[in-house]
Write a protein that binds this ligand. Structure first.
Ligand SMILES: [Mn+2]
Length: 376
């Protein structure tokens, strides 16, 4: 069963569709991901159909248009930025006027991406006059951010290109493939189908988009096609180790200090089947944490032998004592999406999140009890 991401829920997963295996992303179980046109099922129980705009049609719009904005979700990750820059540069190479923007600044860790200097942060009271806005890797309109949406209020046509299973098809046209493990994979197919050259700069961006959303080509959404695209990108100029070093071996020391603090708080419970830690406000402040720093750290909990569920608690800033919870499951039969749904959140069977009332110790007790009832 699929539990759609609830809007407003802080799904802590920057790449919700990635860790879900195909049976969770396809209601029918049919591997329909290779079709570039036609219909796919929505994640809702209504089974209503929605029609994807074909790559050919999108290519016509790209060629016919003159000005575009490309944007993605706030707190952007590698797939959001890599897909935005790849599409933006491809349109620029076509001779179009292109603005590439995001609600938030470019994360320091992605500054190495070619073309990253093209990314602008949306400002309050800004107006960006373009004909067409293209949202990539963004499950819903709200996640594009208030400043970005206000800046683009006058846009005539919105196009939505994404792989999140929870994407309900906002915009005038969309192409959503929840079987793709990264939007970067859809973008490769789109640019290729449109006959737009995959330059070395575009190849680097697509490679990092796919690599970061698949956990370096490892998560369960990874397919032979993912590797085939990887190979094509290497032929187009990607230097695998150069990008791996920049992506995975260039974290600021601050992030490792954060990890040290988190490991100090680690608890192993439920007969070794649950590993958890807590990001307190004190730790956030002591390391000077930036929003992108915790990205991927939960994998340290997941990686422990015997652990079935990894749980990360985070004290949110503010006075209302809110706790953010991220859960990851390693066993498809232990549905952490349902656990989070009990607390008003949601997500996927293997990756989900919610917010709970604090204080931290109370939230931990309630979640541990729910996990006790869920674990076999
Ligand atoms: Mn993504």
């Amino acid at each position: 069963m699929i539990i759609p991401l609830l809007s407003g829920v802080e799904c802590p997963i920057s790449q919700p569709a990635v860790k879900a295996t195909p049976p969770f992303t396809w209601v029918s179980g049919t591997p329909a991901r290779y079709s570039t046109t036609g219909t796919i099922r929505t994640s809702s129980k209504s089974m209503s159909l929605r029609t994807n705009t074909s790559f050919d049609h999108l290519a016509e719009l790209f060629r016919a248009g003159t000005s575009f904005a490309v944007l993605s979700h706030y707190r952007p990750d590698g797939d959001a930025i890599g897909s935005s820059l790849a599409l933006g540069m491809a349109l620029k190479n076509l001779g179009k006027t292109v603005r590439i923007l995001n609600e938030d600044p470019l994360p320091e860790t992605l500054k190495f991406l070619p073309g990253s200097d093209l990314l602008e942060q949306a400002r309050p009271d800004q107006t960006i006059e373009v004909e067409t806005a293209i949202a990539v890797d963004c499950a819903n309109r709200e996640r594009l951010g208030a400043n970005a949406l206000a800046a683009l209020a006058g846009v005539k046509q919105w196009i939505n290109i994404d792989h999140h299973v929870s994407n309900e098809g906002y915009g005038d046209l969309h192409h959503i493939d929840s079987g793709a493990p990264a939007t970067g994979e859809i973008m490769f197919d789109l640019l290729t189908a449109a006959g737009l050259p995959i330059t070395p700069q575009i190849a680097d961006n697509l490679y990092v988009a796919i690599s970061t959303d698949t956990g370096s080509f490892q998560y369960s959404g990874t397919t032979a096609k993912t590797y085939e695209i990887g190979a094509a990108l290497i032929r187009a100029g990607v230097k695998v180790y150069d990008l791996a070093r920049e992506t995975y071996e260039s974290y600021p020391l601050r992030r490792v200090e954060l990890l040290r603090g988190l490991l100090n708080s680690m608890q192993i419970s439920h007969d070794g089947r649950v590993a958890s830690w807590a990001l307190t406000r004190a730790l956030t402040e002591s390391v000077g944490m930036r929003p992108e720093d915790p990205e991927g750290l939960i994998d340290h909990l997941r990686s422990i032998q015997g652990v079935v569920v990894a749980a990360a608690f985070e004290e949110l800033p503010g006075t209302d004592d809110k706790i953010r919870l991220s859960l990851r499951s390693k066993d498809p039969s232990v549905d952490v999406g349902r656990v989070c749904a009990r607390f008003g959140g949601g997500g996927h069977p293997m990756a989900a999140g919610t917010r709970l009332a604090g204080p931290l110790s109370d939230a931990q007790s309630r979640v541990f009890q729910a996990l006790h009832e869920t674990l076999p």
